[in-house]
Design a protein around this ligand. Structure first.
Ligand SMILES: *[C@@H]1O[C@H](CO)[C@@H](O)[C@H](O)[C@H]1NC(C)=O
Ligand SMILES: *[C@@H]1O[C@H](CO)[C@@H](O)[C@H](O)[C@H]1NC(C)=O
Ligand SMILES: *[C@@H]1O[C@H](CO)[C@@H](O)[C@H](O)[C@H]1NC(C)=O
Ligand SMILES: *[C@@H]1O[C@H](CO)[C@@H](O)[C@H](O)[C@H]1NC(C)=O
Ligand SMILES: *[C@@H]1O[C@H](CO)[C@@H](O)[C@H](O)[C@H]1NC(C)=O
Length: 606
């Protein structure tokens, strides 16, 4: 049952969270309308601002807009101190669902934060301070689980604050100088660094602020009480009966759950049935080995393969059952081995023991990456166990395999194809003219994301001893959202061996070096490591850093820290290397420092 659930879960997650990100005409239209309303009458908007239908927000660098590396989606809109006086329409700006920063500090805009703020799922920074915004805060704020800084101070907001206590990454909560009422909000104070609810209409108990904040964080409210200020709170009023409206809402929510439950049940039973039936046939076929590749049809020297090379000797024999094991995925759900064999394929890369193909299905509507590994002396049973174990230990930044195939001669591992290229390629493009700059903040983010994902996998798979085994920058792929994903986890090394974890740490060290030096490596990276070591020994450390980063104004101090972390990972003695958990911790701390210092520079523009 557990396994079935593990199969269903990814599908559900995919269904719920899959969003497309390229800014289409509709999004653009919304952004243009947003600005039209904001800059209503007064502001002289010269044409260089962009924000019109004949230009592109990313490619033509609209005023205040920053995009992702691929110029696909709008990430930041910063329009501070521009004398804007119009109306804020959150519904319009949140059509750009990849938005992570919205800042309208010290203008004179009116309006409210509407329910649609919930569509800005990736929002991390919301700065609306110093305007004339009114009305109550919407419940959908609770859905902004990535929120780090929330500043609506110096406005005219009123009503209660929704429960934000589950947003654990919150660093700043600034709502001073409004007319908010109700209880003083309880937040997750574990990461909070700035907290100010002064000059509102809050009453009731002070939350446990963990000794970090004092009187001037909540002064100017009528009736705070609680242990913190040794003032007893009045007994709670009897709870009012639920209104008709809210019970209807609840009914809707619960019936929603019920429908979802039925869908899950149907899906599970479908899986059980479909899994149960082919089992005996499957064994049959595997024994006959009908689908083993004939080695003669595979020509190593060619740079691309076509369907003939994938075809098998006995294609005409009419056997339909396939030994391809499909791990649940929307792409591969109905995938059969024959489909893979017949589809056009293109060779992406080739190593000593493995090749990587891009395979197009459904007339090109779906693309898969197929890793083909030869002479892997591991039994089909062990291979299957390993693939399923890997499938259970899922992490959003570890690319999961969607299917696999195993025969004596070779193994196939199937992934969804990632169109945005690898980290190695991104670094290579940096020198060229039209490459989008891969700035320090993004690099630190990539470093932290990879380290966190690896730390998670190492922890999950520590007992099984399954390490990545082949960690390098060509295996770090960017997904649709340009989030880095580690691919090919655990498919290239044979034995389960915990010593491999320290090899992953070494691989991670090389990747960190590539990020700080901007020099992508070929092969094992030995040359780069030696060069960096020699420069550092001569105390010319600054020489190793990517010039682009230095010009950008990246903090040299933090560059040095990341370099030191890299060198620790590269210690020739595996036992003296830190483990991935320690590496992740160091990089996360560094990233937090960076976050802090860059948010203080908000007014000088991102
Ligand atoms: C639209 O924006 C582009 C890019 O900023 C600008 O060059 C162009 O003049 C603008 N067009 C109009 C009609 O304002
Ligand atoms: C905003 O208005 C003030 C006063 O009218 C003016 O001095 C300032 O330059 C304006 N700022 C911008 C960015 O237009
Ligand atoms: C804020 O709202 C109150 C009423 O809710 C109003 O009396 C007051 O003038 C407003 N203040 C500002 C600065 O708009
Ligand atoms: C302040 O809150 C109380 C209830 O907590 C409410 O009765 C009162 O009208 C509020 N005052 C203002 C100015 O909003
Ligand atoms: C909170 O805001 C009030 C009003 O602006 C200010 O006087 C106070 O110093 C602030 N408290 C903190 C801790 O920043």
């Amino acid at each position: 049952m557990n396994r079935v659930f593990a199969r269903v879960l990814p599908v559900l997650i995919f269904l719920f969270f899959h969003v497309s990100n390229s800014e289409n005409e509709e999004v653009k239209q919304s952004l243009v309308s947003f600005m039209d309303q904001l800059a209503a009458a007064n502001v002289e908007r010269d044409q260089s601002w962009g924000w019109n239908m004949t230009s592109d927000p990313c490619k033509h660098k609209w005023k205040g807009v920053s995009c992702d590396l691929q110029l696909q989606s709008v990430k930041k809109v910063v329009l501070d101190e521009l004398n804007l006086t119009g109306v804020v329409d959150i519904g319009l700006i949140c059509k750009a669902s990849s938005l992570s920063v919205l800042s309208l500090v010290n203008n004179d805009v009116v309006g409210l934060i509407s329910e649609e703020i919930g569509n800005c799922k990736r929002l991390t920074h919301l700065y609306l301070n110093g305007n004339r915004l009114t009305s109550h805060l919407p419940d959908s704020l609770t859905q902004l689980s990535n929120l780090k800084r929330f500043d609506i101070s110096n406005n005219n907001f009123s009503g209660k604050v929704p429960d934000l206590s589950r947003i654990s990454g919150l660093l700043a909560f600034l709502v001073q100088n409004n007319q908010l009422s109700g209880d003083i909000p309880t937040l997750d104070f574990s990461n909070l660094m700035q907290f100010n609810v002064s000059n509102n209409n809050f009453s009731g108990p002070l939350p446990d602020v963990k000794g970090r904040f004092s009187g001037n964080s909540w002064s100017g409210n009528p009736q705070p009480c609680g242990e913190l200020i040794s003032k007893a709170c009045p007994p709670a009023p009897p709870s009012t009966p639920k209104s008709k409206d809210s019970s209807r809402k609840q009914f809707l929510i619960y019936s929603g759950y019920a429908v979802l439950g039925v869908i899950i049940l149907l899906f599970v039973s479908f899986l059980l049935v479909s899994k149960w039936k082919p089992k005996e046939d499957k064994a049959d076929v595997a024994e006959k080995g009908v689908f083993a590749y004939s080695s003669s049809t595979y020509d190593e020297s060619k740079t691309s393969v076509h369907k003939s090379e994938y075809s098998v000797g006995s294609e005409e024999s009419g056997v339909i059952m396939s030994p391809l094991v499909v791990l649940t995925s929307p792409t591969a759900r109905a995938l059969r081995f024959e489909d893979l064999l017949r589809a056009p394929a293109e060779l992406l890369g080739k190593g000593k023991r493995a090749s990587l193909y891009k395979v197009r299905l459904d007339n090109g509507a779906t693309s898969l990456a197929v890793k083909r590994i030869k002479d892997w002396r591991v039994t089909s049973q062990d291979f299957k166990r390993r693939m399923q174990r890997l499938h259970q230990a899922r992490h959003p930044n570890i690319l999961p395999s969607v299917a696999f195939y195993s025969s004596k001669q070779e193994k196939l591992v199937v992934y969804e194809y990632q169109p945005n290229g690898s980290l190695s390629r991104l670094l290579q493009l940096q020198g060229s003219e039209n490459g989008e700059t891969f700035d320090w903040g993004s690099r630190l983010n990539v470093a932290a994301t990879i380290a966190n994902a690896l730390a998670y996998m190492h922890e999950e798979l520590s007992e099984d001893g399954i390490a990545h085994g082949n960690l390098k920058s060509t295996n770090i792929l960017f997904n649709d959202n340009m989030d880095p994903c580690v691919s090919e986890y655990g498919v290239m090394v044979l034995e389960n061996d915990f010593r491999r974890f320290k090899e992953d740490v070494y691989g991670l060290g090389v990747i960190l070096l590539e990020l700080v030096t901007g020099k992508p490596v070929q092969g094992d990276g030995m040359e780069l490591v030696q060069w960096v070591n020699s420069v550092v020994r001569e105390e010319w450390t600054v020489e190793v850093f990517d010039r682009g980063l230095v010009l950008e104004g990246a903090s040299e101090e933090r560059l040095v820290i990341l370099l030191r972390i890299a060198l620790k990972c590269l210690n020739p003695n595996p036992n003296e290397r830190p483990n991935t958990n320690q590496v992740a911790l160091m990089i996360n701390t560094l990233r937090q420092d960076e976050d802090e210092s860059s948010s203080y520079q908000q007014l000088s523009g991102w």
